[in-house]
Ligand binder design. Structure first.
Ligand code: NDP
Length: 251
């Protein structure tokens, strides 16, 4: 499905990013994954069957640009980028500290933006083909939004705002990059069982499951499988979409 494609996954050391790296590698892509700690990134790359694991903090625009250029140079091109790195910290409105605003926006919003910008630059260097031609797109980018970006969430105002921004990075970039044959989509997961949601109480998990028509929490693989589809040529006429992966939670 992805034979011959070169893919980069940010935040690939665990959770959704690790599952995505594994899914893309399993479909035949040459995958590079990143995390803030080099040793952890290398360990995750080995576990995922990825080609390499590199250190990257997505808040550092210059580092993102250098790494993306390096990956494209080393592998001759860059076809797929999954801007997955993200953080979530809850705080009621009255308890929101400036530091929380800074770290959330610099990681989730600026980090995603840096990654999409660098990806677009690397993908546009490839010979442009007519936009939307099946099988010949210049590149596919997926960013990680969230159902709370669309619907809001008490105690998560900063995170929800950041994920609304991420969804609109996808929509705007899709409009801008479509003519260059680059597709940009977002996935909006519901509650996925990872480190990010490990702070949820058993009560909160049960409540979410109760509200979910499919009657369970999501797994990292549920999200990874959808991403694998969106970056593949099977999705060659899909761009600017925000795909909910939530078991029907928001219905
Ligand atoms: P995890 O906490 O399990 O993993 C987060 C990943 O992001 C890690 O690999 C971490 O790497 C990386 N990361 C965090 N900060 C940075 C940074 N500044 N620079 C580079 N990498 C960074 O989270 P999930 O797998 O659950 O979430 C992945 C994405 O999906 C996030 O964007 C999240 O907001 C989104 N999402 C998750 C949902 C869920 O229910 N789990 C629901 C909706 C959206 P390391 O710490 O090794 O550096």
């Amino acid at each position: 499905m992805l034979d011959g494609k070169v893919a980069l996954v940010t935040g690939g050391t665990r959770g959704i990013g690790l599952a995505t790296a594994r899914a893309l590698a399993g479909a035949g892509a040459t995958v590079v994954l990143t995390g803030r700690d080099e040793a952890k990134a290398k360990e995750a790359a080995a576990a995922a069957g990825a080609a390499s694991g590199l250190a990257l903090d997505v808040t550092d625009a210059k580092a993102v640009s250098t790494l993306v250029r390096g990956v494209a140079k080393e592998h001759g091109k860059l076809d797929i980028v999954v801007a997955n790195a993200g953080i979530m910290e809850d705080a009621l409105l009255g308890m929101i500290r400036e530091e929380l605003v800074d770290t959330t926006l610099s990681t989730n919003v600026a980090g995603t933006l840096h990654t999409v910008q660098a990806a677009a630059r690397a993908m546009m260097r490839k010979k442009a083909s007519p936009a939307g031609d099946r099988g010949t797109s210049a590149g596919a980018i997926v960013v990680l939004a969230s159902i709370v970006g669309e619907h809001g969430s008490a105690g998560q105002t900063v995170y929800a705002a950041s994920k609304a921004a991420v969804a609109n990075i996808a929509r705007s970039a899709a409009k801008e990059l479509g003519r260059s044959g680059i597709r940009v989509n977002a996935v909006a997961p519901g509650v996925i069982d990872t480190d990010l949601t490990s702070g949820l109480t058993e009560e909160a998990k049960a409540e979410n499951i109760g509200k979910t028509p499919l009657g369970r929490l999501g797994t990292p693989e549920d999200v990874a499988n959808a991403i694998r589809f969106l970056v593949s040529d099977d999705a060659s006429f899909i761009t600017g979409q925000v795909l909910g992966i939530d078991g029907g939670l928001v219905l």
